[in-house]
Design a protein around this ligand. Structure first.
Ligand code: FAD
Length: 469
């Protein structure tokens, strides 16, 4: 993927070192290799063959918004590409320094402050996800944003990719938690969108940066909604005969106004994988549910769930199992050395088309030669629809590279999603890998995105080519 180094990059690195300090800049090979990729899973297959997708020319670690402004200014003047980097846990190649240049890792920017009178957290965006949530928990609060990548990801990456956590059915995605933002855009302008409970001051311009994946500017600070730490938690689980029954139950629960924090419905294959010790779940569908918050509200929500769920109650065990294993993702790294290609694909769709999408996507992915299995669970829920999270594994057939097989599976899944009236991404975002299909989903609106990019980043230094921009 790597093209030749940008002209003037050495001058830019020298200037940046002089302005923000040499201790915040590295050109060491070990650092360049570490920042050559993110967690896009096909990278694993490449890395095992000793290949990296692209190397940056330098890595910088700013400590303040002012450092960020200075770095952007130098890059702008020398027209050197700049790649914002949080935890590198993105799964679509979003931080790959494709055109060379400088990776800017925000992790040293991690100051936090709670405004307890207004339930607002002011946070620098390099803060690690686990650190942030743990800090809040110790003071009696939660943000409710618990992605499976809580440990390796950062606030900046969450906002950059428009992430969502496992507890989103109650607390929502990151986009609805943000009250205010601070962003640095080229040439070196610091924009501040102040935090208000709500504001009718024209279009909500800060939203342009949520999900912009480092292509428009660098998000340096955010003001976020927080909540008192839940007083009560209830764990419920069910086994249903069919996926339709389980989906329908959750729809009715949400329509009645209950908002369990976690709801996950596993299809037959994933039920076998995760709950193989439960005899009565064999060949069926397991759903795990967590309700949390103020005790009185939790009690009412529990009554609603128990009266609406079509299926047999299984008790707390499956939910406890889920809580214990929810951050374990070892399959991916176990499969790659065996020559197996493995990945996950998350999409969303309304209730009307939900079963059609599930069936079509599974069929499409299984029909690609080499696929060993495709499975799914429904992981995030709304009164209007649902997110399906598909997993596939396969061995590239003779004559095909790992990437060719991988791309064929992805193409088939994206096509089936669009044909079933779904959106191609629910929360992982676009990165480099999904760019092609973004154009297809947005149609003419993609031109608007290009126009915004052109205005904000006229020299195209911000994460060039990411999202197809
Ligand atoms: C095991 C695993 C589980 C995952 N589970 C979830 C999940 O439950 N929910 C979910 O939503 N995602 C999940 N992901 C995907 C990934 O963790 C998220 O996309 C996460 O938000 C990325 O955060 P990061 O800090 O690692 O970002 P990075 O990977 O460093 O960057 C991601 C993108 O954001 C941009 N970016 C980073 N920081 C900034 C900034 N300060 N300003 C502007 N742009 C910036 C980068 O340029 C890049 O384009 C998972 C990934 C893995 C590997």
């Amino acid at each position: 993927m790597r093209k030749k180094s940008p002209e003037n990059v050495d001058d830019a690195i020298t200037e940046i070192s002089a302005i923000i300090g040499e201790d915040k800049v590295s050109v060491k090979e070990v650092d360049l290799v570490s920042y050559s990729h993110d967690y896009w899973l096909i990278n694993l297959n490449w890395l095992l063959k000793g290949e990296v997708p692209a190397l940056p020319n330098a890595v910088v670690w700013p400590e303040t918004s002012d450092d960020v402004r200075k770095v952007i200014k130098v890059c702008y003047e020398h027209k050197v590409p700049l790649y914002p980097y949080g935890g590198g846990s993105g799964v679509l190649g979003g931080t790959i320094p494709e055109s060379g240049g400088i990776v800017i890792d925000l992790k040293r920017m991690r100051r936090l402050q709670i405004d307890e009178e207004n339930l607002i957290l002011e946070a620098e965006t390099g803060v690690n996800g686990y650190y942030l949530e743990n800090y809040l928990n110790k003071k009696g609060y939660t943000m409710g944003h618990i992605p499976q990548s809580l440990y390796p990801s950062t606030l900046g990456g969450w906002i950059g990719t428009k992430a969502t956590g496992q507890f989103s059915t109650k607390y929502s995605g990151i986009e609805d938690m943000i009250l205010g933002l601070e962003v640095v855009i080229p040439p070196s302008t610091l924009l501040q969108f102040k935090p208000f409970p709500r504001s009718a001051t024209g279009p909500d311009l800060k939203k342009i940066f949520i999900g912009s994946e480092g292509t428009l500017g660098i998000i340096t600070k955010a003001w976020l909604k927080i909540w008192p730490y839940p007083e009560k938690r209830v764990l419920l689980s069910y086994v249903s005969d069919t996926l339709e029954d389980a989906l329908d139950s959750v729809k009715r629960i949400l329509w009645r106004g209950a908002r369990p924090a976690v709801v996950r419905i596993y299809d037959i294959i994933e039920t076998k994988r995760h709950f193989y010790t439960i005899d009565e779940a064999y060949g069926k569908i397991v759903t795990v549910i967590i309700i949390e918050g103020d005790s009185d509200i939790v009690n009412v929500e529990q009554r609603i769930v128990e009266s609406e769920f079509k299926g047999k109650k299984l008790g707390e065990g499956p939910v406890e199992h889920w809580l214990q294993t929810r951050f374990i993702v070892k399959e991916a790294s176990e499969f790659a050395p065996l020559g197996v290609v493995f990945d996950t694909i998350e999409v969303a769709v309304d209730w009307t088309n939900s079963m059609e999408l599930y069936n079509r996507v599974v069929r499409a992915m299984n029909s690609v030669k080499g696929t060993l299995f495709t499975s799914a669970h429904a992981s995030h829920f709304y009164p209007q629809g649902v997110c399906f999270y598909f997993t596939f594994a396969g061995v590239p057939p003779r004559g095909k590279t790992a990437y060719e097989y991988y791309k064929e599976v992805w193409d088939s899944a994206m096509k089936a999603t669009i044909e079933s009236k779904g959106t191609i991404s629910h929360h992982h975002g676009i990165g480099r890998h999904r760019a092609l299909w973004l154009k297809e989903e947005l149609g003419d609106a993609f031109k608007l995105l290009e126009a915004i990019k052109q205005v904000l980043d006229e020299k195209d230094i911000m994460n060039p080519n990411n999202m197809g921009l």
